[in-house]
Design a protein around this ligand. Structure first.
Ligand SMILES: O=C1O[C@H](COP(=O)(O)O)[C@@H](O)[C@H](O)[C@H]1O
Length: 232
């Protein structure tokens, strides 16, 4: 639908400005509805933003944090998005926030998805904030090109909740919120850094199949405008 570009001089400036915007949105949600929700991405990009956000003065006890997506690995695995959030966001002032993990110690990833859907059912109708990332292959959340459940994940009629995804580029099996869960966040952000990601974004903004670059689903069909935060 709409995308707005916010470009910054460097990653530190972006992290601070994005933390300000997210803090303002979460505080407004608490003031309006008594609670706030945010879904964040993992990967290598959000670390500085998480650290900046953890220092902001918000009524964190009224904020629920969850993940946009997760690997089917326990929270002590170095590739866990939960671990990244634990070490960089759930500290300082944000220690008081409630965290809902997607990983569940279940016998199968499908069972974990069902449990995580149940445990997150009360949040995100819509999320106050969703922070998306994007891989060099054009994936966002765990919507991977060639993914086992990609069409279901991107289908606007698939209900809110978490489904599984397996793909060559994904490594471990994944748990991911569906497109319908994320696309109407009151503040929908795509956080990317580097010239390479800018080029990937330009390619995604051009004509082509959504299944080739699943970020296109968000750029083209999200109900909320996509606020793109970028720094070199
Ligand atoms: O696999 C993932 O990658 C994307 C992008 O990560 P980055 O390292 O290129 O920043 C991320 O948005 C997603 O949450 C994560 O699971």
């Amino acid at each position: 639908m709409t995308a707005n570009m916010h470009a910054f001089a460097n990653g530190a400036e972006l992290a601070g400005k994005l933390a300000d915007k997210v803090a303002e949105t979460l505080s407004a949600a608490v003031a309006a509805r008594g609670s706030a929700s945010i879904a964040v991405s993992g990967g290598s990009t959000p670390k500085a933003f998480f650290q900046a956000l953890s220092s902001r003065s918000i009524d964190w006890a009224k904020v629920t944090i969850t993940l946009v997506d997760e690997r089917f690995v326990a929270a002590d695995n170095p590739r866990s998005n939960h671990l990244l959030v634990q070490e960089n966001l759930l500290k300082d002032k944000a220690t008081a926030a409630k965290f809902l993990p997607l990983y569940q110690a279940a016998a199968s990833v499908e069972e974990a998805a069902a449990i995580a859907t149940e445990k997150t059912r009360a949040v995100g109708h819509p999320f106050d904030v969703a922070i998306l990332g994007m891989g060099n292959d054009g994936h966002t959340a765990s919507f991977f090109p060639g993914g086992s459940n990609l069409r279901t994940a991107l289908d606007p009629n698939t209900p809110r909740g978490i489904i599984t995804m397996e793909a060559e580029g994904a490594g471990e099996p994944r748990l991911t919120f569906t497109f319908s869960s994320l696309q109407d966040a009151r503040l929908l952000v795509l956080h990317i850094e580097g010239e390479g990601k800018k080029n990937v974004l330009a390619k995604a903004e051009a004509a082509g199949e959504e299944t080739e670059m699943p970020i296109r689903a968000m750029l083209r069909r999200a109900a909320s405008p996509v606020e793109i935060y970028w720094a070199p």
